[in-house]
Design a protein around this ligand. Structure first.
Ligand code: TMP
Length: 236
């Protein structure tokens, strides 16, 4: 399958149309942004690493009955995907307090939550992706209540599979963000799952092995991404 026209360029990926109107190609870039574009940089080979990790994790989810937009990995940076009508809701699942949960509610970082917290954010860069509840989402017309219920339960199911998988690779799945889209009367998981969109800590040392190293200038960004790739792709 070949790229035709550029459909959309985001902060970390380009999306191209293909000769098949049902399929698009996601090209993973090395560009990195944080705090809604206020911090910009590049992470060497991030695109290659995130494509490899995302393809592996989407395949794992498919094996566990969770439908995703992945069709196949085409090359180092290119993923062939079903073309979704993206739902403008970012779904965050948290197992351990970190990031904005600490800032907004005063949890201490590292507190293990009894139950995962699921949050909805409006996908809108101009508004800085504000936190919202179901009423806001319905009033804004971004999703129906029924769709939001699907997003919530699907996100919890993804968490169950990924948490166990990462623990087997000596990684703690602290939190992550998912995006979904409508496809053929159903809803599929889209976008990517990578150290850009997850917080992953070494299970024993609690060392941060994700985009927080870039966000907060912790150093060793490339090494952290390739360590996650090594563990995710390691054979059981
Ligand atoms: P947060 O603690 O900053 O709200 O982030 C929660 C999780 O969501 C974390 O794993 C990083 C991820 N995330 C994104 O993938 N994109 C974003 O724009 C933001 C704000 C967070």
């Amino acid at each position: 399958m070949k790229k035709t026209t550029l459909l959309h360029e985001g902060k970390a990926k380009k999306v191209f149309l293909t000769e098949d109107s049902d399929l698009v190609i996601q090209e993973f870039k090395d560009d990195a942004t944080a705090f809604n574009n206020k911090k910009k940089g590049t992470i060497a080979d991030k695109g290659v690493v995130n494509n490899a990790i995302s393809c592996k994790l989407f395949s794992l989810l498919e094996e566990n009955g969770i439908r995703t937009h992945l069709v196949e990995k085409l090359s180092d940076r290119d993923m062939l995907c079903k073309r979704l009508d993206i739902i403008k809701v970012e779904v965050v699942v948290r197992n351990v307090a970190a990031g904005s949960l600490v800032k907004r509610y005063g949890f201490s970082e590292g507190t293990v939550l009894d139950q995962p917290i699921v949050e909805f954010y409006l996908k809108n860069d101009d508004l800085d992706d504000p936190l919202m509840n179901e009423s806001h989402a319905v009033a804004l017309g971004v999703a129906t209540l029924e769709e939001l219920e699907v997003l919530r339960s699907r996100a919890v199911a993804v968490n169950t599979v990924l948490k166990e998988f990462f623990a087997g690779r000596k990684l703690m799945l602290v939190d992550f963000k998912l995006e979904f889209g409508r496809y053929d009367h159903g809803i599929l998981l889209g976008d990517e799952i990578s150290p850009d969109t997850c917080r992953l800590w070494d299970l024993e040392t609690k060392e941060k092995l994700d985009k927080d190293r870039f966000r907060f200038d912790l150093g060793g960004v490339e090494d952290a991404y390739s360590e996650v790739q090594r563990r995710v792709l390691s054979l059981d």
